[in-house]
Design a protein around this ligand. Structure first.
Ligand code: ZN
Length: 635
């Protein structure tokens, strides 16, 4: 069951969110370019994009703005780059030179370029803006003036809403120090309506040292910035913003969002934008941090997952729940398969519910026609078989030439599969076709070995395509008999030296017939162990017969006995034998079964009369079956 589909008739979160909105809308989101962006940072842009698309689809006039908060100070050093960045701690991000070798104009440009660079690939197309341009162009001058005049109101709100005390002369503004160029270390103590008085304090923050300079200057046209809670207010007022979600960590009671909302009301008399708090995107269960250099970068994840799958992963879940992503094979395959099922239903299932339809539409980068989908697990296995051309093999499987779109989508899957193998797959998860019988195959049970032998016997006549071979595998399992999981594990073990793999029929169809037959025949079967493992009690067979009897078109039987001289009561050790009745059953749906029934045991000292006794018992029982169930058994 898919996660978002747990309760029927619930609206897609996005539709629910915008349901009551009226009039034109402006959506805003932003990012501080302080380091390499990690994939978790993509959830905000994608959630806002989903809202943007939803409003556009409803023909609501809407704009989506995305800002680069590049007037923020450098407050931590990007992972592993202390040599370059340490001296700039406290300076505005846009005033810091880029790391050596970068083609960017500055640090902010360097980090935001990579982040914004993936937007288009993911189908996110907002109007970009940079805070340096907003401040320097004077767009915020009026808001800055009003906020500075109301500094006492801001101090009161900080105290009332978040409980934080500010000194009597504290003003919500930070200038760029005229002497040392830092912005994170300055504190404004007075405003006369034209200029602010400030001090560049050595110990204002832990992460940077101010130079001690005292000065007086205009706060306008880019000479400084508002603290970010007030910057939020100025954006909301100036642009003006009607919708802006924020991480749940900012949206707690008494948190930044509450402070910003209270200031907006008190200073500008405006209503705050609609919030859409969202939870984290976790990789492997841990919140990612860019400063520690752990986690997965936005660039890395976009090079890995096809854009539709990444969008799907981020937006199908309601924003207030966290999304957990892990790179294990089982999880990746699950994500692809869930997306593929949704794709299939979107194009083929007239009964698909509205919510699923919307999730699919919002997951797409652009509206596209239906296309052929290659199973991700199969693609992953194919590209690990060096003797095969994955594209050609899959085209054969499709049965007609690929369209442009088929090819484009398949290329994305092949890229994803390669990326996963190179970056995430553990040794056990790699699918390597085994040139020789792997050592671990010796651990297979006698029944699994007998199944492989049976399969080898059926393969010479099998039609060599995925579906026919899958049928062949099921037939061999029924004729052994063995439960299906045990059968599949045996196949994966001898071919790939692992417990699982892509659909067995598909896998075999890409291999050479003689090779598979040879491999399946290699393990000898211990007849005694096979009899002991696969021989059921007569009652079990009787129950099965009772259940299936209306379908049965014919049963034949043979008797068989195996003897093991090494097993028996200690001391005398005469050996032990098993006496079996083997039934071959055909049913009206065209299937054939083998059922092995253990009639009894005999010891090896004087076995002949015992065997005769057991055969008599068996015949007696079969006669009774005929009377009780009306089933005719031949032989
Ligand atoms: Zn300074």
């Amino acid at each position: 069951m898919l996660f978002w589909n747990e309760s029927k008739n619930i609206m897609f979160w996005c539709d629910q969110l915008v349901e009551k909105l009226e009039g034109p809308q402006i959506i805003n989101d932003s990012k501080t370019p302080s380091g390499r962006a990690h994939i978790g940072a993509m959830r905000g842009p994608l959630i806002h994009d989903a809202i943007f698309r939803t409003l556009k689809a409803k023909e609501v006039p809407v704009r989506y703005l995305f800002g680069c908060d590049d007037y923020d100070p450098v407050d931590e050093i990007p992972y592993g780059q202390a040599g370059h960045f340490e001296q700039y701690l406290g300076a505005p991000l846009c005033n810091v030179p880029p790391p050596p070798g970068s083609a960017a104009t500055d640090m902010a440009d360097h980090f935001i370029s990579e982040f914004w660079g993936v937007f288009k690939e993911l189908g996110i197309e907002p109007e970009f803006y940079r805070m340096r341009d907003i401040y320097r162009s004077g767009k915020f001058n009026e808001s800055i003036d009003l906020i500075l005049r109301q500094a006492h109101v801001v101090r009161r709100i900080y105290k009332e809403v978040s409980g934080s005390d500010r000194p009597e002369n504290w003003h919500p503004f930070q200038v760029v120090c005229e002497k040392c160029g830092r912005i994170g270390t300055t504190e404004v103590t007075a405003y006369d309506g034209r200029e602010v008085t400030y001090e560049c304090k050595p110990f204002l923050v832990k992460w940077a040292r101010g130079c001690g300079h005292l000065g007086k200057m205009s706060p306008f046209d880019g000479r400084g910035k508002l603290p970010w809670k007030l910057e939020w207010c100025a954006k909301w007022r100036t642009f003006p913003v009607t919708i802006e979600g924020a991480g749940q960590d900012h949206s707690t009671k008494g948190g930044s969002r509450d402070v910003a909302m209270a200031c907006l009301k008190a200073i500008f008399g405006q209503q705050p934008p609609l919030n859409c708090p969202y939870d984290f995107f976790l990789v492997g269960g841990a919140k990612m941090s860019s400063s520690k250099g752990v986690g997965v970068s936005v660039r890395g994840m976009t090079d890995f997952l096809p854009p539709e799958v990444l969008r799907f992963l981020m937006i199908r879940t309601t924003p207030k729940h966290h999304v957990n992503f892990d790179s294990s094979e089982a999880h990746i395959i699950k994500v692809f398969n869930e997306f593929d099922r949704l794709h299939h239903r979107y194009f083929n299932d007239p009964k698909i519910n509205e919510e699923d339809k919307r999730v699919y539409e919002i997951s797409r980068v652009s509206p596209e026609l239906d296309h052929w989908v290659a199973d991700f697990q199969l693609v992953t296995a194919l590209i690990q078989m060096p003797h095969l051309d994955a594209v050609k093999e899959l085209e054969k499987r499709k049965g007609s030439p690929f369209t442009e779109l088929d090819k484009k989508q398949l290329d994305l899957r092949i890229r994803a599969a390669k990326y996963w193998i190179e970056n995430y797959a553990t040794e056990e998860e790699k699918t390597r076709l085994q040139e020789t019988l792997p050592a671990k195959a010796q651990e297979l049970s006698a029944t699994q070995r007998a199944f492989l032998q049976k399969l080898a016997a059926l393969l010479p006549e099998a039609k060599w395509d995925g579906d026919s071979l899958q049928v062949c595998v099921f037939n061999a399992a029924r004729l052994t008999p063995i439960d299906q999981p045990g059968a599949f594990k045996a196949i994966y073990r001898v071919l790939l030296d692992r417990d699982n793999g892509p659909k067995a029929g598909n896998l075999i169809s890409f291999l050479d017939r003689d090779f598979v037959i040879q491999r399946c025949s290699e393990l000898p079967v211990d007849k005694f162990d096979y009899a002991e493992e696969s021989g059921s009690a007569p009652e079990v067979f009787e129950q099965w017969l009772e259940k299936e009897k209306n379908k049965i078109t014919g049963i034949t039987t043979e008797f068989d006995s195996v003897f093991n001289p090494d097993v028996g009561p200690s001391g005398q050790n005469p050996g032990v034998g098993l006496f079996l009745a083997e039934f071959s059953v055909n049913t009206s749906d065209g299937k054939s079964y083998r059922k092995r029934v253990l009639i009894g045991r005999f010891n090896g000292l004087d076995s002949k009369p015992e065997l005769e006794r057991l055969e008599t018992t068996a015949r007696q029982w079969m006669l009774e079956l005929k009377t009780r169930l009306g089933v005719e058994i031949q032989g």
